[in-house]
Write a protein that binds this ligand. Structure first.
Ligand code: ZN
Length: 90
């Protein structure tokens, strides 16, 4: 597939990161074991409950100065790209 990632606003990305972080905190705090893990936040594109969410810093590209995060939802395969907007923090 060669489709480009869907743009995600900073606010959407921050909300998503917080939801992922809260889930990880709960797993550690309550010493949860699979399959008692809380659900991951659903995919903003299709609403499917993901089995895995990968977030990574976008590799630097020539001529592109803006730092961006890539977010991959599995297994639906939707991909998102969030540019860290320094002014748009909510
Ligand atoms: Zn999806």
């Amino acid at each position: 597939m060669t489709n480009d990632p869907t743009p995600l606003s900073s606010a959407q990305f921050n909300q998503l990161s917080r939801a992922i972080q809260k889930r990880e905190d709960a797993i550690i705090r309550e010493v949860l074991q699979q399959p008692d893990y809380p659900p991951l936040p659903s995919c903003p594109e299709c609403g499917a409950a993901p089995a895995q969410i990968d977030t990574m810093l976008e590799p630097p590209r020539f001529g592109v100065a803006e730092p961006a995060m890539l977010v991959n939802f599995q297994p639906c395969g939707h991909r998102f790209r969030a540019v860290q907007d320094l002014d748009g923090e909510q």
